[in-house]
Write a protein that binds this ligand. Structure first.
Ligand SMILES: Nc1ncnc2c1ncn2[C@@H]1O[C@H](COP(=O)(O)OP(=O)(O)OP(=O)(O)O)[C@@H](O)[C@H]1O
Ligand SMILES: [Mg+2]
Length: 453
């Protein structure tokens, strides 16, 4: 199949020339300005018809970053420069382009440089996120989350993800990486809590031969392994003080030093951190550097615990049933209403990870085509006071009603107790203030009503 070509130039007339010269050697030639190119590339990828070649005009001289991004954002395209005679290959090398064509343009040169089959057309497919790795949720929080991911993915800004254990911090970090121009480069995970302090520096920064007794040769650290990609520092709150200083340097100047080395090295990495700890508290206690905290907290993202978004449970149950169905080779496709009711009623202190494990367990146990009540290892619902429900009506509807009723009573009592003071109420309820506020709004409760002298 002849390639699909995107011509990126200030004016559209170049497209017409190239289209005419290439003729049948291109299956489509589309024009875009530099400003519009990313949207074009993304849309084409989303439509399943990615561009194979980007022909980029050299005026003004493109930066390596621009060339890299144009080549990666729409899957994987060869970026070929369109230069005026005399510039040529040196320029292409300087900005990292695959090739160059020179003006005046001719059919043979264009066919040779643009339409020949590219040896690495599969490159972009390797790291496409699997379907089971998609972030699931309903309502406004997931929409807001996706908006924020889209906003930050296009940049190199440092992201800090906060949330209880199992709320999806790593999945969010991966999603950011996969939607960023770095998606073809490595995504490297370092769990600061899992690696002993004495080894962590070596793991992260590497060493030179002779740096210590066992150092028989040079070793690149994980930071270097993440070059041009993303480094995900999980449990950042556990990073030892000495390494906090080194990380700060990386964030400030993209420089670091291997153990035992006498020169600095530079890296180009995007850093994403995550923690379930309260970093403010760690700073106050003196175990986390304030200057580092400011540096990593440029773009914070807070993931709410599952108990604050019970409306997601049904979707997640379905999602994980699909995920493990394939893995276990079982033809389970549904969850019985009573089993589902037990999922809906449970608090999930271990959040989405716990829910996923419970579904996995239940599917291993289940014999029939459906997860039954007996397959589920959760506390029975009736043991908690057994609410009367109308089983003649659809489960979804009845459940939503019960949840609404419960939320409304809870919020009324809570706001009454704290005289409408949201901050105080949120603290007492163990909820994020924003989530509480959203819930109060959703139920249309008037805070003024609770303010008493
Ligand atoms: N919104 C979601 N949609 C789909 N799957 C999710 C979602 N949130 C979490 N998961 C899944 O739940 C599991 C736990 O998520 P993840 O490892 O990202 O959590 P975490 O916050 O990093 O947890 P921990 O603090 O325990 O490391 C993963 O298998 C992940 O794919
Ligand atoms: Mg994690």
């Amino acid at each position: 199949m002849p390639p699909r070509v995107l011509v990126v130039d200030k004016t559209s007339s170049t497209r017409d020339t190239i289209s005419e010269l290439l003729g049948d050697h291109a299956s489509e030639v589309v024009w875009s300005t530099r400003e519009g190119a990313f949207a074009q590339l993304r849309n084409a990828l989303a439509a399943g018809l990615p561009f194979d070649v980007v022909l980029l005009d050299c005026e003004p001289v493109p930066t390596p970053t621009l060339v890299r991004d144009l080549g990666s954002i729409g899957g994987s395209a060869r970026v070929v420069l369109v230069a005026t005679a005399g510039e040529g290959i040196a320029l292409a090398n300087r900005c990292g382009a695959a090739d160059v064509v020179t003006r005046p343009l001719s059919t043979p040169e264009l066919v040779f440089r643009v339409a020949r089959p590219s040896p690495n057309l599969e490159r972009g497919d390797k790291r496409r996120p699997r379907k089971s790795d998609v972030l699931i949720g309903s309502g406004s929080w997931i929409k807001e989350l996706y908006d924020r991911i889209a906003m930050v993915a296009a940049t190199d800004v440092t992201v800090a993800i906060f949330g209880e254990s199992g709320t999806g911090k790593e999945l969010v970090a991966r999603t950011i990486h996969n939607s960023s121009p770095r998606h073809d480069a490595p995504f490297v995970v370092v769990n600061c809590a899992a690696i002993p302090e004495a080894l962590l520096e070596d793991e992260l920064f590497g060493h030179v031969r002779g740096a210590f007794t066992d150092a028989t040769r040079d070793r690149e650290g994980l930071l270097a392994a993440a070059h041009t990609g993303t480094l995900f520092l999980d449990e950042i709150g556990e990073l030892p003080m000495a390494l906090q200083a080194k990380l700060l340097r990386v964030l400030q100047s993209q420089e670091f030093r291997r153990i035992g080395d006498d020169t600095d090295r530079r890296v180009d990495v995007r850093i994403i951190t995550a923690t379930n700890r309260d970093l403010d508290q760690l700073v106050a206690r003196g175990s986390f550097r304030q200057d580092l905290y400011y540096r990593i907290n440029v773009f914070p993202m807070h993931l709410p615990p599952l108990r604050e978004r019970p409306e997601d449970i049904g979707l997640l149950v379905h999602h994980f049933v699909q995920k493990y169905r394939a893995r276990l080779g079982k033809v389970i496709d549904a969850v019985s209403p009573t089993a589902l009711a037990r999922f809906a009623a449970y608090e999930f202190p271990g959040n989405v990870r716990e829910l996923e494990n419970k579904i996995h367990q239940a599917m291993v146990i289940a014999q029939g085509p459906m997860i039954e009540d007996a397959d589920v290892a959760l506390p029975p619902v009736t043991a908690r006071g057994g609410m009367r429900v109308d089983v003649a009506r659809p489960f979804r509807e009845v459940k939503q009603e019960a949840i609404d009723q419960f939320e409304r009573s809870y919020l009324t009592e809570l706001l009454d107790l704290h005289r409408g003071n949201l901050a105080q109420a949120a603290r007492a309820a163990g909820m994020d203030r924003k989530n509480l506020w959203a819930l109060v709004e959703r139920h249309g409760l008037d805070r003024e009503r609770f303010k008493k002298p």
